[in-house]
Write a new protein. Structure first.
Length: 159
């Protein structure tokens, strides 16, 4: 990701970012990465670590971030991941292609583990015609895809 810096001139040869702009860019970095370090910010903005710590202290006091040893983390956590059935509808074509390609690595008579996830259900979908296959899974979506497959034994684990 590329971040543009707005620079203002201080003196003849010295360039510096205004404090407010630097703090805004710190918050942008937190939104993108969910954490920042004092050392990285100091290098990025060409200011001392003391200056960065002061910025982080001020932003923490404003409730904009949470201080952590050596840096800061975002004040608001990343939004929760949508349910798997909803994620299965995202990038369906890509997941379908991955599912088709992955099953070429599985032969009749083998045993495989298929974990939970939106793409793994597409893998399971392409295994329904296999013979003497055992699939161990912790995912209800995978188990559902294979439930009616006559040549596939499904073992559902906890978790």
């Amino acid at each position: 990701m590329c971040v543009k810096f707005h620079i203002c001139l201080i003196g003849e040869d010295n360039l510096a970012i205004l404090k407010e702009e630097r703090q805004r860019l710190i918050l942008d970095a937190l939104r993108n990465n969910h954490q920042v370090t004092v050392a990285d910010l100091s290098r990025r903005f060409a200011v001392s670590e003391v200056t960065i710590r002061r910025d982080l202290r001020e932003l923490h006091a404003q409730g904009e971030l949470h201080r952590a040893h050596g840096g800061a983390i975002a004040a608001t956590p990343a939004p929760p991941e949508p349910p798997v059935v909803q994620r299965m509808l995202q990038a369906e074509h890509c997941k379908e292609c991955i599912g088709r390609a992955a099953v070429t690595l599985v032969a009749d008579g083998e045993s495989v583990f298929i974990g939970s996830g939106s793409t793994t259900a597409y893998v399971a979908r392409h295994l329904v015609n296999r013979q003497n296959l055992t699939v161990v899974t912790n995912a209800l979506t995978v188990a559902t895809e294979l439930a009616a497959a006559p040549g596939v034994t499904v073992v559902v684990t906890g978790g």
